[in-house]
Design a protein around this ligand. Structure first.
Ligand SMILES: [Zn+2]
Length: 349
């Protein structure tokens, strides 16, 4: 049996659902960052602050700080911005982050105007109706030109849409459609809100058990990961180790699944730090944490972002298996608990 302090799965799930239902496309992630800041009020010994870029950073100070550590996860998500207001009153979008248009086709969305209004709509193919366009519904390439937002407001032209307060540059968030069934959590943007919730649940587990990390640890909730430079800054200069907590990609040829935590040992940025990986494997074995080791062919993390920005630290990548990543995602509570246990074991080690 594991000797780790227990993880409160209800705490984790409640926070996760709250985060998932808080729209936060990259560049507009402030509300999700605020949800985390509010949650931290339960831990008065932590004093969070925002970096100038908008990441939330806080350090759990303890007496040992000869090898300071950090955990990072990102609160920003995929999304879009208004690129053009079309003459039919609909919106052409530009993507935020890397995904294919077909993964959001038919999805509900919200346009956030610069005046603070939220206007609902749907992401559709420009030739959406099979009765009108026949085989073009199948054949039309899903690209920026062939996708549009149909607004749930009376508008037939660009001026009417502008009168709604919509402008080029407004942020667009996709509906997460959160559903919890049989321990599965199905939602968009589990990447990476699942891991933000795991980090907070790990802090909660330690605090509830009256424990502390063995080393001073900085927690970094990043807000620009989906565009590649989230955690490029915001860490103390004397940092020794960084764990990027981000989802593991599940699919054909992958070892990752929705019931395990995964150690990602290599991705598009190359191998992570072997020494830190070994330490994490040892911890997982020691505490009987269900884990896998995997390699992601098309993937980058905030750990790599810090390395590329010049961070001279050991970096590893850990996270729950997420099916259909950057699509309508799904994971299981078991993977979230395993990931949180692993973070707890690391913090105590
Ligand atoms: Zn991610």
């Amino acid at each position: 049996m594991s000797d780790l302090p227990p993880v409160d799965s209800e705490y984790l799930l409640k926070l996760l659902i709250n985060l998932l239902n808080t729209p936060s496309p990259t560049g507009f992630a402030g509300n999700a960052i605020e949800v985390v800041a509010q949650t931290l009020k339960d831990f008065p010994f932590l004093s969070p602050s925002l970096t100038r870029k908008g990441a939330l950073v806080f350090t759990w100070d303890v007496s040992s700080s000869d090898s300071p550590r950090a955990l990072t996860a990102h609160a920003d998500t995929l999304g879009a911005m208004v690129k053009e207001i079309k003459c039919n009153g609909r919106l052409k979008l530009t993507k935020i982050g890397g995904y294919a248009w077909n993964t959001v086709e038919g999805e509900g969305c919200t346009v956030f105007t610069s005046q603070g209004e939220a206007i609902r709509g749907s992401i559709l193919l420009t030739k959406a109706s099979g009765h009108v366009h026949g085989s073009q519904v199948n054949d039309l390439k899903r690209n920026d030109d062939n996708m549009e937002v149909r607004l749930d407001a009376r508008t037939m032209g660009a001026d009417e849409t502008r009168d709604l307060g919509i402008q080029v540059g407004d942020f667009v968030a996709f509906d997460p459609r959160v559903e919890v069934v049989n321990g599965f959590i199905r939602s968009r943007h589990l990447d990476d809100k699942a891991c933000v919730a795991c980090i907070l649940a790990a802090i909660n587990a330690l605090h509830t058990a009256g424990l502390q990390p063995s080393q001073a640890t900085t927690f970094h909730i990043s807000n620009y990961e989906e565009v590649g430079h989230g955690a490029a800054s915001g860490f103390p200069g004397n940092l020794a180790e960084l764990i990027a907590v981000d989802m593991a990609a599940v699919g054909e040829g992958q070892t990752s699944d929705e019931f395990h935590a995964t150690l990602g040992v290599k991705d598009s940025g190359g191998p992570y730090h072997h020494g830190l990986n070994q330490k994490l494997r040892k911890l997982a074995e020691e505490h009987q944490i269900p884990y896998k080791v995997d390699i992601y062919p098309y993937y980058r993390s905030d750990g790599e972002a810090y390395w590329r920005a010049g961070g001279d630290v050991a970096v590893a990548l850990v996270g729950p298996g997420v099916d259909a990543s950057h699509n309508y995602e799904r994971t299981h509570q078991e993977a979230l608990i395993a990931t949180t246990q692993w973070l707890v074991a690391y913090l105590l080690s």
